[in-house]
Ligand binder design. Sequence first.
Ligand code: G6P
Length: 436
Amino acid sequence: MTKSLKLAIIGGGSSYTPELIEGVLKRLDHLPVTEMHFVDIEAGQHKLDIVAALARRMVEKVGANIEINASLDRRAAIQNADFVMTQFRVGGLQARANDEQIPLKYDVIGQETTGPGGFAKALRTIPVILDICQDIEALAPDAWMLNFTNPAGVVTEAIQKYSRVKTIGLCNVPVSMQMMIAEMMSCPPDQLSLECIGLNHLVWAHRAWIGGQDVTAEVLKKVGDGQNFSMNNIFEEPWDPDFLNALGAIPCPYHRYYYQVDAMLAEEKASALEGGTRAQQVMETEAELFELYSDENLAEKPKQLESRGGAYYSDASLNLVDAIYNDRKTIHVVNVPNNGTISSLDDDAVIECSAVVGSWGVRPLAVGHLSPAITGLIHQVKAYEQLTIEAAVEGSYDKALMALASNPLVPDITRAKAILDDILRTNDDYLPYFSR
Ligand code: G6P
């Protein structure tokens, strides 16, 4: 292992980046990061410059010896990187607003990563990520790519299937679940063990343990009693206690979109009429954040960043860097190929699960028998995901239509077709390869 680490951050102009910088600065005693190269596209140059200047002030404040580079030169960023982190959004927040609004026109959930919104995001993102992978294969073939780019599970599976890059997909939802459950159980987060398995934004904690005791039923009771179990970007629709008891596993906050479709759709429609979808709120928060980041006296991550949904994302990724670099063999929840972990699913299907991570990579942990209620939903969403990846790679209208028709949130093929045509029209600039 090298004694110095270079991190390349693709989508470095994101408003989340200060959290990543803070995470690096907190871990310097065991992660010798000496270079961070932030890269973005031309349209993001202004934000990139602001983030880079803030990064330099943060580094200087703690007296760290880290070279901060920021450029539009992706190849220079990737060259000799040890870790490549991806956190970009093709089409920016306007594309997200479209993803959230189009399905609503057809009475279907409009969400950034779940349902047709996530499908549209995947179509825009997969060709770009595969292009990035070609640069990594050529310029940093030993680098680990940590993928945060949404829809993280789908994008990670596309990388696994269509490139030779060593990749691990990551999400902040499992860490957030860990924090929220620890809080409701009044125990330090590191004393709580969760056995997680499912797909990205569709992950269940099948068992929760504290000090050798199985506390799953107690946690389910507290969630059913209305204790906080949501994230900033998701309506906190109360859970039905009888349903949770019958399910017997702790759902993630995103499960509300599948299990409480009517209520979530009604909430989305009401808020779209009032002030727009989540993308509009995030646009306002971003404007405020970049104003703060531009202040030359600011040399730390501002508190206001916590109003975004991505809490703990830097902990999730830097703890993983730590586990790989320092060969910790610790447990993390990651997106990796199934390889027999869920016996009924293809080996190359990417799942989100607890796994042991060391310098050699990731080994998923099986949780044993899963009820048909759980495997049924996993299989249906995985079928949608696989068809989406093939549609994106082949530019295939037929596969895209079958992907949407297979998504559990799209109840009808007439609507699936109308939504698909709307998505293709609206995203014309980003889908030049798509053919009918
Ligand atoms: C959660 C999800 C992320 C998503 C984020 C959106 O944290 O796990 O995948 O990107 O929310 O937050 P935002 O503030 O952009 O709505």
